[in-house]
Ligand binder design. Structure first.
Ligand code: PGA
Length: 251
């Protein structure tokens, strides 16, 4: 049985006061939730205050990115060890916006994954095809390429503990979500890939989130799909009611 995991990626939104308030509301409104893992991904400057707000609750803390090097002369960068030291348990790695806005390639993503694991945290490894890749029938090829390159040097135990997020680039922030059928097809493809590379016992335990315009009104159908084990939520995670409705999905 894979425990569902719902993430709220706040991206470059909120100010300190809003961030703390949002975290407090999510904490309060999910107090009774036992069977779903919830992780919030605030911007870097608010991690410490949000950690304080979440202390003693089941809601976990994540960061949106980290640099692969542990320390040194890397102005503006934040290391995995720093994130672990402020209470992060999860880090997004290879988010679509990192790849497409900041130009992080598969080598950078792979180094980031290893850095997060070395610091004892759980990577949420994001992959997904662009609109033109989907239109040209290259979705599977793109996904397997991202998996192959991104997971270089990752062993079975590490894989089992990792979270994957399938986020089609064309569905992120567009309101144009993948249909449950489209999402399930790719999730099943990813699980088959994992089975082939790591064996059935690993493939069966890896949780694969769907991300891309997940909202209160489409989460139930997505979570009803066999290979969808959670959601990575952007826009709808900025309002406590909509995010908590997603955490309390009904499938
Ligand atoms: P969205 O973002 O829900 O606003 O589409 C998802 C994500 O980027 O993780």
């Amino acid at each position: 049985m894979r425990t569902p995991i719902i993430g709220g990626n706040w991206k470059m939104h909120t100010r300190l006061e809003e961030a703390v308030q949002l975290a407090g509301e999510v904490r309060r409104l999910t107090e009774q939730v036992r069977d779903v893992e919830t992780v919030l991904f605030p911007p870097f400057p608010f991690l410490t205050e949000v950690a304080r707000k979440l202390a003693g609750s089941r809601v976990q803390l994540g960061a949106q990115h980290c640099h692969a090097q542990e320390k040194g002369a890397f102005t503006g960068a934040v290391s995995a060890g720093m994130l672990a030291s402020v209470g992060c348990s999860h880090v997004l790695v290879g988010h679509s916006e990192r790849r497409h806005v900041f130009g992080d390639d598969d080598t950078v993503v792979n180094a980031g994954l290893h850095a997060v694991m070395a610091a004892g945290m759980t990577p949420v490894f994001c992959i997904g095809e662009t609109q033109s890749e989907r239109r040209s029938g290259a979705t599977s090829a793109r996904i397997s390429e991202q998996l192959t390159r991104g997971l270089l040097g990752v062993d079975g135990d590490q894989m089992s503990a990792m979270v994957l997020a399938y986020e089609p680039v064309w569905a992120i922030g567009t309101g144009d979500t993948a249909t449950p059928g489209q999402a399930q097809d790719v999730h099943a493809f990813i699980r088959e890939w994992l089975d082939h590379q790591y064996g059935e016992s690993v493939a069966n335990v890896v949780r694969i989130q769907y991300g891309g315009s997940v909202k209160a009104d489409n989460v139930d159908a997505l979570m009803g799909c066999r290979d969808i084990d959670g959601a990575l939520v952007g826009g709808a995670s900025l309002k406590p009611e909509s995010f908590v409705r997603i955490v309390k999905f009904d499938s």
